[in-house]
Each structure stands twice: as structure tokens, then as C-alpha cells.
Design a protein around this ligand. Structure first.
Ligand code: HGY
Ligand code: MN
Ligand code: MN
Length: 419
């Protein structure tokens, strides 16, 4: 085993097994596979249990020890010779319902390949290194997202998260219990956790790298966000016999609200506003809607604008309720985050050592790195994705970029674990 002093000569990057990494990407894509080539792998569901079992088996075969916790975050640990806080590296394996096979998965598998390369290079790191697959990054089945990384970082308690229900009424606690029951001898660790540093590789989900023809992005930070769930309550009535003046139409009120908030967000040109979820009850053509339930997702890099919207959005929703009532629940508010300069420099040096072009890039998408950045030095590495398409079955990243990310991670982790 190479000791820490000989670390400078060992080249873990050269030990990344590209074929195995890419084969595993195909293997995980089979869990929740869609006919159109995408994946539908909701958090804590059967497909994620199967994907998790693959990760545990691959980790064990490479001499890594699996761990989990009460929220089913998954860790694969390479021990260090010092009893020190680990260097964490990874992302998520849950997906959007019409997701691609690369979002999150690239980060977890590149991390595993990088840690295996460190081991193959005969490096015994000073600090432990742990590959992590965070629970529920995507927020489709359970909202808000990033539950696993927020609990690890101590930003939310397990007790706050366990009772949250999905649309079918299943709680996070019940779903997580089913995942943990499927584990084979994976020891549980308490939450919150303690990390020395965290690195996450991910597809850019934008077009900056592709347009520049650069294979690696050293991410400067993530834009802020506010997320809401709004329930508008009116009264069901006959579509043909109810006079306009007697109507309490929840759908019409919701449409007025959404149009008004969309207008409001135009105050700052780069504010992004999305209503991705919309439900109407009773959802019958000749019945005036009694209830409308919808989401609001706002993204903005300027925290001052985000703060103003935090006041203006609820006010605007209430002002357009008309004869209906409205219940507004803010489920997430995360200010913009800047990543650690030192860690970004380590990533840049690792890219340069491989002769790979890299450039700074800002993340418009949210990631678990936002949670960890609140408690330890954190940075992200992007690779391009075709046309910037993501959260879509046609999402695509090039094999050479995925392997390159694993090689940069291997060099970076070896440095960090020696620190
Ligand atoms: O929504 C996001 O930004 C992330 O991709 N889940
Ligand atoms: Mn992601
Ligand atoms: Mn995503």
C-alpha cells in the first residue's frame, strides 16, 4: 500500500476502469427503465431498492463497506488509516418520472469508479473516503427534495422528514423502512453526519459547456430557489345552472393567481418561474372545480430578489383568490450558494494534470451539494449533456466525459483524503 507520503507519485486517475463504469450506468438504467430510453425511479421505490442493491454489491466486491441511515442514504466506505471525518463523494440515484439515465447516476458511479481507482493504485488514504447516494434529491414522490443530504447536514431533523407523505399517503418513514428491510447486513449510522469535504460530479443540465466545447465545468455555485404548494378551495356546482355571480370556481382563481405571480417574477428578467404540478377536483367536465392544487418553483441567483418574492408571492396569491380561499405552504427556501475556492482549485488542478480543458460554470439546477456546502467545504464538477436536455428521457452525456469526470475525481479525492 502506498503511504500518504508516496501519494504524490501514485496516479489513481490512470486506474479508473472505464468499461466497468459505463456497464454499471447501463445496469442502473435498467431499474425503472422506460420504453423511451429514460428512467422512472422515484425515491424509496422498488426500482431504487434494486439499484441500491447493485451499488452495495459492487461496493462490497471492491472492498468498500456499505452503511446507511434512518433515511436510507447509502454510503460505500474506503477506510483511512486515521480516525477522521470522511471525504464524501457522490450524488443521487432517484429520478424524475420522465427522467434521463444520467442525472445523479453519473455522479454516484463516477464516484465509485474513482474510489476503486484509488484502491487499485495501492493508495491507503489518511482519511476515509465514502461514496454516497443521497435519498430523495428530486422531490417528485416526496417534497421537498434533497431530504437525505439536508438531514445529513443537520438542516432538517429525521423527525421532520419521516411523516411527510406521497400522493398515495405513504410516509417517508414507511417507504424508508421498506428500503432498509431490503438491505442485506448494511449497518445503520446516526444522523446528522460529519464530513471533511464533499464533491459531486453531475451533468450540467445546461448548454454552457457544450457551447464552449469544454468537457469539464468547475462549478462556482448554485442559484437560489423558493418552492410552494398552493391549495385553492371553491365550491363544486353545476356547470350549466350556476350563475356567474354564484360561482366559487377554484380553477379560475388558480389561473388568475398563476398569471399574476408569473407577471410578478418578470421584475427580474432572469427569475425562472414554473408550475409543474397541477391538480383539479373533482376534475369533471360539467362540474365547477371545487379545488385546485398546484406547485410553484422559483429560481433566482440574486438573494435580494428571492427575498422580495418571498413576501410578494403569498400576497399576490391571496389578492387573486376572489370568492375562493387559498392555503399557501412554502416547502423550500434555499439561498444561492458559492462553492469552496480551495476545493474548486483542487478540481481545476486535477483537470489540468490530465490535460483536460475546464471552465467555471454556474449551476442553474439544484443539487445535494447545496446542503453539504452549509457544513463543509463543497464543490461540483460538471460534464456536458447534449443540448442541455435533462429531466427528459432523451438526456445524454458522452462516455468519454463520464470517464474523464471519474479520473478527475480520483485525483481530487486522493488529495483531499490526504489532507
Ligand atoms: O430541480 C432541480 O434543480 C434538480 O435537478 N432536482
Ligand atoms: Mn440531479
Ligand atoms: Mn434532477
Amino acid at each position: 500500500m502506498t503511504t500518504a507520503t508516496a501519494l504524490a507519485t501514485a496516479d489513481p486517475a490512470g486506474h479508473v476502469d472505464a468499461g466497468r463504469l459505463l456497464a454499471r450506468l447501463d445496469a442502473l438504467a435498467r431499474h425503472g427503465a422506460r420504453a423511451d430510453g429514460g428512467v422512472d425511479r422515484p425515491a424509496l421505490g422498488a426500482a431504487e431498492i434494486a439499484a441500491r442493491a447493485d451499488l452495495v454489491a459492487w461496493g462490497r466486491a471492491s472492498g468498500l463497506t456499505p452503511y446507511t441511515d434512518g433515511l436510507a442514504n447509502l454510503f460505500l466506505r474506503l477506510p483511512g488509516f486515521a480516525d477522521a471525518a470522511p471525504v464524501l463523494v457522490g450524488s443521487h440515484i432517484d429520478s424524475q418520472p420522465t427522467g434521463g439515465r444520467f442525472d445523479g447516476t453519473v455522479g454516484v458511479l463516477a464516484a465509485l469508479a474513482a474510489v476503486e481507482a484509488i484502491r487499485a493504485a495501492g493508495i491507503r488514504p489518511k482519511r476515509p473516503i465514502e461514496v454516497v447516494a443521497w435519498m430523495n434529491e428530486e422531490a417528485c414522490r416526496f417534497a421537498p427534495g434533497m431530504m437525505g443530504s439536508e438531514a445529513y447536514a443537520g438542516l432538517k431533523t429525521v423527525d421532520q422528514i419521516l411523516p411527510i407523505k406521497d400522493a398515495a399517503g405513504t410516509t417517508v418513514g414507511e417507504a424508508a423502512a421498506a428500503v432498509l428491510a431490503a438491505d442485506r447486513d448494511v449497518p445503520l449510522r446516526p444522523l446528522p453526519g460529519r464530513a471533511h469535504a464533499f464533491v459531486e460530479a453531475h451533468i450540467e443540465q445546461g448548454t454552457v459547456l457544450e457551447a464552449a466545447g469544454v468537457p469539464l465545468g468547475i462549478v462556482t455555485g448554485i442559484q437560489g430557489t423558493r418552492r410552494y404548494r398552493i391549495r385553492v378551495t371553491g365550491e363544486a356546482a353545476h356547470a350549466g345552472t350556476t350563475a356567474r355571480s354564484d360561482r366559487r370556481d377554484a380553477l379560475m382563481a388558480a389561473m388568475r393567481m398563476i398569471a399574476a405571480v408569473e407577471d410578478l417574477t418578470r421584475e427580474a428578467a432572469d427569475t425562472l418561474f414554473t408550475v409543474g404540478l397541477f391538480e383539479v377536483k373533482p376534475n369533471a367536465p360539467s362540474v365547477i372545480p371545487a379545488e385546485a392544487f398546484f406547485s410553484i418553483d422559483v429560481r433566482q441567483a440574486d438573494d435580494a430578489v428571492l427575498d422580495r418574492l418571498g413576501t410578494a408571492i403569498p400576497e399576490t396569491l391571496a389578492a387573486h383568490a376572489g370568492p375562493c380561499s387559498v392555503d399557501v405552504r412554502e416547502i423550500a427556501h434555499a439561498p444561492s450558494v458559492a462553492f469552496d475556492e480551495g476545493l474548486r482549485c483542487t478540481l481545476s488542478k486535477a483537470a489540468a494534470a490530465l490535460g483536460a480543458p475546464a471552465m467555471d460554470v454556474f449551476s442553474a439546477a439544484g443539487h445535494d451539494a447545496r446542503s453539504l456546502a452549509r457544513v463543509c467545504p463543497t464543490a461540483m464538477l460538471f460534464i456536458p449533456c447534449r443540448g442541455g436536455v435533462s429531466h427528459h428521457p432523451s438526456e445524454h452525456a458522452e462516455a468519454e466525459h463520464i470517464v474523464l469526470a471519474a479520473r478527475v475525481l480520483a485525483t481530487t479525492l486522493a488529495r483531499l483524503a490526504d489532507g
